[in-house]
Write a protein that binds this ligand. Structure first.
Ligand SMILES: CC(C)(COP(=O)(O)OP(=O)(O)OC[C@H]1O[C@@H](n2cnc3c(N)ncnc32)[C@H](O)[C@@H]1OP(=O)(O)O)[C@@H](O)C(=O)NCCC(=O)NCCS
Length: 171
């Protein structure tokens, strides 16, 4: 049976392989390893079936700083599902599990940089609607999305959403 749960230390080797296979390169696997090591607030979720890790999702802190305040949220991704297991709903289950945890923790918003046909089904909408921009100038507007979990926390907040430095180093 497929189980969605938080990553355990013994999963780390397989999580790396899942990312390498799904992306066909090691950049995302290195990024995941770096964030796990440096960022205690990063959240790593896995899909496991019979001891085999088939999917992985990382969530890590982001922040929006404007002249008045800094608001902390989370960024979704990278996410990876082993190619042989894709399009069976595993990615959706990883996202649902991760978003539930963030809602329980009262995280006010979640940012994703991803495909505009995929993420709206989870409630994501273009972040530009709220005056929010990516720190990377080459990100298309429609790919930069936000899921707002607490509207009051974002009242009057706009500007650049900043990911952890590991992302800029990796990209
Ligand atoms: C993206 C990914 C994690 C999705 O996992 P998954 O388990 O296949 O996702 P699900 O089965 O929950 O959802 C599949 C749906 O997502 C859509 N989808 C998935 N990736 C997509 C993409 N890159 N572009 C457009 N649609 C995509 C599929 O069309 C499908 O839609 P449908 O349900 O309407 O047919 C997986 O395809 C993957 O590992 N891709 C390579 C790595 C990657 O690009 N990661 C995302 C960027 S961080």
């Amino acid at each position: 049976m497929l189980q969605i749960r938080l990553e355990k230390p013994e999963d780390i080797r397989q999580v790396r392989a899942v990312n390498e296979h799904a992306f066909g390169q090691s950049l995302e696997a290195d990024l995941v390893d770096g964030l796990r090591k440096n960022c205690p607030d990063a959240l790593s979720v896995v899909a496991e079936k019979g001891g085999r890790i088939t999917g992985h999702l990382l969530l890590s802190p982001v922040l929006i700083s404007d002249v008045h305040q800094t608001v902390h949220g989370m960024g979704l991704g990278p996410m990876a599902v082993r190619p042989a297991y894709q399009r069976r709903g595993i990615g959706s289950e990883l996202i649902g599990y991760g978003l539930n945890i963030l809602a329980e923790r009262r995280c006010p918003f979640v940012i994703v940089l991803g495909h505009p046909d995929y993420y709206p089904r989870f409630g994501f909408e273009p972040a530009g609607r709220y005056g929010l921009r990516s720190q990377w100038s080459d990100v298309p507007d429609e790919a930069f999305m936000i899921l707002i979990l607490d509207r009051s926390a974002l009242q009057g907040v706009s500007g650049v959403v900043v990911y952890r430095g590991e992302f800029t180093e990796a990209l």
